[in-house]
Ligand binder design. Sequence first.
Ligand SMILES: Cc1cc2nc3c(=O)[nH]c(=O)nc-3n(C[C@H](O)[C@H](O)[C@H](O)COP(=O)(O)OP(=O)(O)OC[C@H]3O[C@@H](n4cnc5c(N)ncnc54)[C@H](O)[C@@H]3O)c2cc1C
Length: 420
Amino acid sequence: MNIAILGAGIIGVTTAYELAADGHAVTVFERHTSIGEEASFANAGILSTGCVAPWTAPGMAGKLGRHILTSNAPLRMARPLHAADLGWMRRWLTACRSGNFAANQSRLLRLAIYSQQRMREVSASMAYTFDRSDGHMVLLRSEKDRRQIQPALIALRELAVPFHEISPSEARQLEPALHPHTDLAGAVYFPQDEVANCRQFAIILRDAAEQLGARFEFSTAVASIDPTQPATLRITNADSPRRFDAIVLCAGVQSAALLGPLGIRLPLRPVYGYSVSAHIPESINAPRSGVTDEHYKVAITRLGQRVRVAGASEIGGRPGHIDDGAIRKLYKVLADWFPAAGRLSKGVQVWKGASPALPDGPPVLGSSGIPGLWLNLGHGASGWTLACGSARVLADQIGGRAPAIDIEGLGLERIMGHGK
Ligand SMILES: Cc1cc2nc3c(=O)[nH]c(=O)nc-3n(C[C@H](O)[C@H](O)[C@H](O)COP(=O)(O)OP(=O)(O)OC[C@H]3O[C@@H](n4cnc5c(N)ncnc54)[C@H](O)[C@@H]3O)c2cc1C
């Protein structure tokens, strides 16, 4: 088939790779000049099966998520708050009360485990290596932190997620640069989690997709999907429409705007987060892999010769506006755990990114209900973790094969009722 992919973030690139590997003629449209310029640019890099969880845990809407083991920071409202953000929050509150948290968590987990397996297969066939490391630890500052996460650990045991509760000295053996003067009551170690550079992976995978025949058209914004013709695109400033056999929408937070004119009103909103990345002058002072501070919900990761600290979940606000308080918190948590890890005097990269989030957690994969239009979007705070598996699932669906995992609850009907 002749297939168009909208968006070259991590979701679009992995989708391009899988469809090209299946023998399809693939064209990727990206409005920026390069791969991974938006949400996939400078994320924390954690590929976690242990910490994938929707924002809708019981209690999330009250004291906002203290007792749920997840790297998602509690949601904070920022101004200006768009009417669509309020609508999203209403649906999020409903989802918090619906009792569907466990079902959505196991949907995410199923996809995360499959994704990790698929990523390992795809990486093994790639010509280049990328910055990566094994293992991820959730740091517990106090006995209170330890008590509060116990219900989450029970749920992880039920879901057969491998983890170890470890003592402070065991945690320091795994991460010897952890600051000895910061209170540490213990940690939860996920040996099968990984840390890897998402954008670097996407750039290498673009190369692999091109080797398989995929074409990338950069600086090409899709203005609309034609509601009157199947699988037809209108490109901004181009005279004639582009026709395909199928379109896959992977346009991150912009996906909702492209779907609206087709009658699909998807409650997809940007949830903003921040990261600060700095060069590592001395490796022994930096993390070996990745840690998440459970109290502050801030992750610190090692990405080659850089340390990255990431966190915050803001709904509303402006894309370009940096919240100084959020950045101060990132510096504080970095100083608490790895005070000498990064050179902070120059060359520091401060980034704000918008995760494409649906109110109940899991992404939407599969048919849109409109002939020829497929969806791979709404991966929220776990898009890097879920990318390779989501792309493979979608390629199987387009190819008319049964995906390797149960995809119950990952279709559009979860959000919209029946189809559109
Ligand atoms: C601070 C932070 C930390 C994070 N940490 C992690 C983590 O540790 N682990 C994890 O799993 N996830 C993490 N995430 C989430 C993850 O980064 C996202 O879920 C993921 O990058 C989303 O990928 P995407 O391809 O859907 O969106 P994007 O990367 O935003 O890609 C969408 C692309 O579509 C393009 N596009 C949009 N509209 C059009 C159009 N009309 N025409 C042409 N192109 C278009 C955009 O330009 C963009 O390049 C984090 C996110 C943030 C903000």
